[in-house]
Design a binder for this molecule. Structure first.
Ligand code: GSH
Length: 207
C-alpha cells in the first residue's frame, strides 16, 4: 500500500467511526485527522472545498477525496480491502440494501435519538424513537439464523450499521428486545482490529 489515507473525523461521530473502524478492521494504513466540529472547522473554506456539505467524515487518498461515510466504505473496500465487498451482482446489491438502511432508518432513528439526548439537537424524539425501532427490527430480522448481514463473513454492510446501533442506548433506544442484534454487535466487537467509538458523556465537548 502507498501512503496512509487521511480520515477527517470527529471522535463522537458515528458516521466518522464507520470509516475509522473499517480502516482498523481491514488493516488499511490511515491517519485520523480530528476536525473541530465545536469550533466550526467543518464550515471553513478549506474543509468545504473537500466536502461542500460541511460534514465529517471525509477521506483523502492522494488526489482522491471522498465524503459520505458509506461512499468512503465502498471506496476503501474496492481499493484496499476487496474481501469486505462482494464482487457478484447479488452480493453487492444486498450490501447496498443495508447501506440504505444505514443512511436511512439508522441515521434518522438511532443516530438522531443520540443527537437529541447527547447534543440537544432540535429533532423530534418520537419520530427518532419510532424510526430507530424500525431499523432495529430490520436488523433483527435480517440477522435471523445468520452471523453477518450479507454472506458468511463481515462486509461493509455490517460496518455501516454497527456504530449507531451499538451506541443506540445513548439515545435511550434499548437493545434488549433484539437478541440477534446484540449477538451480532458482540461478534463485530470480537473482530481483530476492532476499536470502539468512545462512549459519550452528555454535551458536545471537543476532544
Ligand atoms: N451522510 C453523511 C452524514 C454525515 C454527518 O451527519 N456528519 C455529522 C457528524 S455525525 C456532521 O458532520 N455534522 C455537522 C454538520 O452537519 O454541520 C455521511 O454518511 O457521512
Amino acid at each position: 500500500m502507498p501512503n496512509a489515507v487521511h480520515i477527517h473525523h470527529f471522535a463522537k461521530s458515528g458516521h466518522a467511526h464507520r470509516a475509522l473502524v473499517f480502516a482498523k478492521l481491514a488493516g488499511i494504513a490511515h491517519e485520523a485527522v480530528p476536525v473541530d466540529l465545536v469550533g466550526g472547522a467543518h464550515k471553513s473554506p478549506e474543509f468545504l472545498a473537500m466536502n461542500p456539505n460541511g460534514q465529517v467524515p471525509v477521506l483523502e487518498d492522494g488526489e482522491v477525496v471522498v465524503s459520505d461515510s458509506n461512499a468512503i466504505l465502498v471506496y476503501l473496500a474496492r481499493t484496499y480491502a476487496p474481501d469486505w465487498i462482494p464482487s457478484d451482482a447479488v452480493g453487492e446489491a444486498n450490501v447496498q440494501r443495508w447501506l440504505t438502511l444505514a443512511a436511512g432508518e439508522v441515521a434518522f432513528g438511532s443516530c438522531a435519538a443520540r443527537l437529541i439526548t447527547l447534543f440537544d439537537a432540535p429533532l423530534d424524539p418520537d419520530f427518532a424513537a419510532a424510526t430507530a425501532a424500525k431499523a432495529m427490527q430490520k436488523l433483527e430480522h435480517g440477522l435471523n439464523g445468520r452471523d453477518w448481514l450479507v454472506g458468511d463473513r463481515p462486509t461493509i454492510a455490517d460496518v455501516a450499521n454497527y456504530s449507531y446501533t451499538a451506541h443506540a442506548p445513548e439515545g435511550n433506544v434499548s437493545l434488549e428486545p433484539y437478541p440477534n442484534v446484540r449477538a451480532w454487535l458482540a461478534r463485530f466487537e470480537a473482530l481483530p482490529g476492532f476499536e470502539a467509538m468512545p462512549a459519550t458523556a452528555v454535551g458536545l465537548v471537543a476532544e
